[in-house]
Design a protein around this ligand. Structure first.
Ligand code: FO1
Length: 318
């Protein structure tokens, strides 16, 4: 595998990530950069308690993806997973709408036990990632709870996993974050030390906003070159409900431009799907790079990561 990891002057990069799309992009970055150059700051607004366990789906998706232990096609959970515990829980009458796999349970048990002992989410995340053989630094956005709550037309206000998994992402009227914890130790420092910040093709409302709204994060980001990869390609989201959320929450059609409008002054530049660059004509200050942004494989993610790194390096400091 070719890599720029032997280049002494590799940039210091921070990536902001939610689950599947952000994790795939982070995988590409992690193979394009030496371990110490990359910090991935991960959304924990989706975290919740289930069966008495502390579940951090996006942290686990990033960890499983970076370690190549994840189920690549599904995007979450472990490769070759079995669900015998879930079947037994069903027999016992437990809620089984959230598919916890047998091997995945080991992650939740370890995390839950650590948090109960008083270890921080940051510390147990580092321990789990190390055990999975990951050299990239993975930081939760915060150690304290900040829960993404979705006000839906059909079911009233729902916490993220109930909205997304149990009810299959019904129409949303508004989003709020319950809890306003400090950014986790190392988050602001990593952004301050970064040459640039990359926002993966994650959902801006439910994956990136929880990170960007931690106290001090927006100010830290405003001093940096920030490049976002559009999660909207040709007017459609690759996966998930973002395509319907944009018109509902912004009153404009889903497009790369709507993503740029949402991030506003935070963004220095955007990477969009080839053919979508015309959508950004009303934003002349925004630097744009158009390419093939769909990540169907690890090779696609690596190629995209390299292209985005080269583009961001060319932009220079803000
Ligand atoms: N997503 C689903 O759509 N259905 C599931 O049953 C499910 C289980 C699950 C278990 C562990 C885990 O870490 C993630 C899991 N996810 C599941 C994915 C996850 O809830 C969402 O994709 C993210 O929260 C959104 O980024």
């Amino acid at each position: 595998m070719t890599s720029i990891s032997n280049v002494p002057s590799a940039p210091k990069v921070v990536a902001l990530s939610g689950g599947v799309g952000g994790a795939r992009f982070a995988h590409g970055l992690s193979r394009a950069l030496p371990g110490e150059s990359l910090t991935v700051i991960v959304n924990t607004g989706d975290d919740f308690e289930h069966w008495g366990l502390s579940i951090s789906p996006d942290l686990d998706t990033v960890m499983y993806t970076l370690s190549d232990l994840g189920d690549e096609a599904r995007g979450w959970g472990l490769e070759g997973e079995t669900f015998r515990a879930l079947e037994m829980m069903k027999r016992y009458g437990a809620d089984t709408w959230f598919g916890l796999g047998d091997a995945d349970l080991a992650t939740h048990l370890t995390r839950t036990e650590a948090l109960r002992r008083g270890e921080t989410l940051t510390s147990v995340t580092a321990r789990l990632a190390r055990a999975c053989g990951i050299s990239t630094r993975i930081l939760p956005m915060s150690d304290g709870p900040c829960r993404t709550m979705l006000d839906t037309v059909e079911h009233g206000t729902l916490p993220f996993q109930q909205w997304f998994v149990k009810h299959r992402a019904p129409a949303v009227r508004a989003i709020a974050f319950d809890g306003d914890p400090a950014a986790a130790p190392g988050v602001i420092e990593a952004i301050d030390a970064a040459d640039f910040v990359l926002i993966g093709p994650s959902n801006p409302y439910v994956s990136v906003d929880p990170i960007a709204t931690r106290p001090g994060v927006r100010t830290a980001l405003s001093k940096k070159t920030v490049v976002a990869v559009s999660p909207i390609l040709g007017g459609r989201a690759v996966k998930g409900p973002l395509g319907e959320m944009i018109p509902a929450l912004r009153g404009e059609p889903a497009s790369a431009a709507a993503i740029a409008h949402h991030y506003g002054a935070l963004l220095s530049a955007m990477v969009v799907e080839k053919g979508d660059e015309g959508e950004l004509a009303d934003l002349p200050k925004l630097s744009v790079h158009a390419t093939d942004t769909l990540m169907k494989s690890r090779a696609d993610a690596l190629r995209l990561a390299r292209e985005v790194l080269a583009f961001a390096e060319g932009l220079g400091a803000r």
